[in-house]
Structure formats: C-alpha cells, structure tokens
Write a protein that binds this ligand. Structure first.
Ligand code: GN1
Ligand code: MG
Length: 367
C-alpha cells in the first residue's frame, strides 16, 4: 500500500493523539501482514535516538466493539507481564483510555516474522510460544473476558453461514441467469459438505463440559508470532484482538495449520498445500515443553481431529467471504478468497490422508 502525502500527514496527526516520545515523526510506513486491520510503523526521531510504534486501525466491520477488544487485550497483557511473559505493550491515548477513534498503538518490538517455516527448530519454538501463552493464562478467570466475535471458532455455525451465503448469492443473482461464484465454488462446497460431521466435535465437547473452556488467542497463525532476530526464539504472540474464551485445541491446530503447511495460505498451486509431519511433531513437542501438564486427556485425544477441522473451517470462511462479495478478508485480486479456500481444503485433504500418522505422533509426544 503506497501512502499519499495527505495520508502521512493524517497518520502523523493520529499518532500524536497517543502518549509517544517527544521528537519529530520521521517515518510512517505501512506494514503488510494482517488480513483484517491496517497497520503502520511510526518512528519518532530524537537527538541521538529513534523510538518506533505500531499504529493500528481496527477494522470496525469485524470488531464492532473496540472497547471490548481492548479490555480483553489489556487484561491478558497485564496478566502475562506479571508472570514475566513478554507481550504487547499498549500506548495510552492522550484523551484517556487506549483508543483514539478506531486506532490504537503498541510499542514496536524489534523482531522477525516468518511467513513459512524452513527449520524444524522454528516450529518447536512456535509450539513453545503457544504453550507458554496457554499456560500463562490458565489461571486467568475466563469470565472476565468478553466474546468480541461470538462463534468465532464454532465450525458448525461457520458451515451454516457458508450454506446461507450460497443461497443468498443465488437469490441476489436470480435475474441474471447466472450464479457465477456459486458455480465456480461447486467443488469446494462439496468438500465442505463431505466433512460436515466433524464440525460439531470440538464445539460439542465444550458444551458437554468434556474439555475445559480456557482463555485462548484464537488466531495463532505463524505470522502472529514475533521471533527474536538473533536467536530465532519466539518473543511474543501478537494480534490479541481475538483473545476470547475457547478451546486451546483451536490455538494448537491453527498454528499447525499455518506453520506445518509446507507452502503459504496464498499459494495458488493446490498440490503444494501439504502438511509436514515432522513439523507437526516439533510443534507438539514445543507446546508440551511450554505448557507442561496443561492438557487434559480428552484435549490430547481431540488434537488430531482439531488439526483436521481448522483448515476446513478457514476454507469455509474464505469461501463464505467470496460468496458474500469479499467484505471481510482483505483481497488484492477478485479470486483471492476462492483460491485461499481451495488451498485450505487441499491441506485438509492431505491431513485426512495422514490422520493415522498424526494420531501416532500425538500419542508419542504426550505419552
Ligand atoms: C485473519 O488478522 P489476521 O490476518 O492475523 C483472521 C483469522 C484467520 C487469518 C487467516 C479476526 O487473521 O481468523 O485465520 O486471517 N482474523 C480474524 O490468515 O478473522
Ligand atoms: Mg495478524
């Protein structure tokens, strides 16, 4: 995204609404990465030093209650900091609170973000970071957390949303004599349907009290973790907007979905969307070391199914957005969400083929 002179002046003005260091704002740089919010790196230059911040515009179509989002994030970061677990530090707004219009700011952390994993050790480290986060919050009262996006990981609801979107798409286009996007998505809708028996497994286990409700991150994809530039060890989980009550299985499986896929979410070739079993093992070993004795027997038992569900769920969400006219995820090209759905479904199919191996790995790691 290129910024115009006017954009930069406007963003400098907004940055000044936060308690930033004294000095001149010398750099305003758009930061790529998220599919929902828009992020800028702001640098203040002082006499002999520079101080940087991340200024983020929260997507209010997705997060309608910014104050609830910030309340969750502040509670969780305070709790983690008390335990010396590195986490985001929010910068107060000059007018009080931590939000100005729909912007908020954090201190910049010098770190690396990976888009793909090339060394098994990095996957171990990712698992370790997700584990530390889960363990660090295991004594936090879940009732203090607000549900900012209800049913976020409710795969049953996500699947119903997809069907409704397909029906609505046909209805909206009834006079055109063509149902283009539904037609193009025929194969993917069939794949989503093929697995519909899986979608209730985790949701029902929570509802029946078979697995605990915990405070979870809910968006543990690889590029939401900062790694130390020198040591490549994880420094902290970022993107805390979806911190809510839920199952830790989502955090485990979402990280595996993104980190153990040998390619990326934006890959176009479905044959390259494959799960690397060695990376699955490394992640689980790291998680176990980061969160010793955290998981219950039932949670461990459900890990393989969760690993299968998460790419299906995200594929369903991308396809739903494609049928809704790309109103949720940022896109560049009109087929982006459709392609992303295909990639997630291809990953789910590969996971299905490797389910026996995945179950064996889970047993070996947790026994
Ligand atoms: C979104 O914001 P970002 O890019 O970290 C999405 C996740 C998806 C992810 C897929 C609030 O995460 O649920 O898994 O894209 N976040 C929200 O890349 O919907
Ligand atoms: Mg992100």
């Amino acid at each position: 995204m290129a910024l115009s002179y006017m954009d930069i002046q406007q963003l400098k003005k907004i940055a000044r609404q936060f308690a930033i260091a004294e000095g001149e704002i010398t750099h305003v740089i758009p930061v790529d990465g998220g599919r929902i919010n828009t992020t800028f790196k702001i640098t203040v230059t002082q006499k002999n030093d520079t101080v940087s911040y991340m200024l983020q515009r929260i997507n209010t179509k997705v997060f309608s209650d910014i104050n609830a989002v910030m309340s969750n994030a502040l509670l969780v970061t305070e709790h983690l900091r008390r335990k010396d677990i590195q986490t985001l530090e929010f910068v107060p707004a000059c007018s009080g609170g931590y939000v100005y219009e729909d912007y908020r700011m954090t201190k910049f952390i010098h770190a690396e973000i990976f888009q793909t994993i090339t060394r098994p050790r990095d996957m171990y480290n990712l698992g370790y970071a997700v584990g530390v986060f889960a363990k660090g919050l295991s004594d936090f009262d879940v009732n203090r957390i607000v549900d900012t996006i209800p049913n976020f990981h409710n795969t049953k609801v996500r699947y119903n949303d997809l069907l409704m979107s397909a029906i609505n798409y046909c209805y909206r286009n009834r006079d055109k004599g063509t149902i283009e996007r539904v037609g193009y998505s025929y194969e993917e809708i069939c794949t989503a349907n093929k697995y519909h028996d899986l979608y209730g497994v985790i949701v029902d286990a929570i509802d029946h009290g078979d697995i605990p409700m915990r405070v979870t991150h809910n968006d543990t994809k690889l590029n939401n973790v900062l790694f130390d530039r020198k040591t490549n060890t994880p420094r902290c989980l970022i993107d805390l907007d979806t911190v809510m009550k839920g199952s830790v299985l989502y955090d485990i499986a979402d990280a595996i979905r993104s980190g153990a896929n040998i390619s990326t979410e934006d890959e176009r070739n479905v044959f390259k969307s494959l799960i690397d079993l060695e990376l699955v093992r490394e992640f689980l070993k790291g998680f176990k070391d980061g969160a010793p004795n955290l998981l219950t027997k039932k949670e461990i038992e459900l890990i393989p199914i969760a690993i299968q569900i998460l790419p299906l769920e995200l594929g369903i969400r991308y396809l739903t957005d494609y049928l809704n006219g790309d109103v949720y995820f940022h896109i560049v090209n009109s087929e982006d969400n459709h392609n992303r759905a295909k990639i997630q479904f291809a990953l789910a199919e590969d996971i299905k083929r490797k389910m026996d191996d995945i179950s064996r790995i889970v047993k070996e790691v947790f026994d």
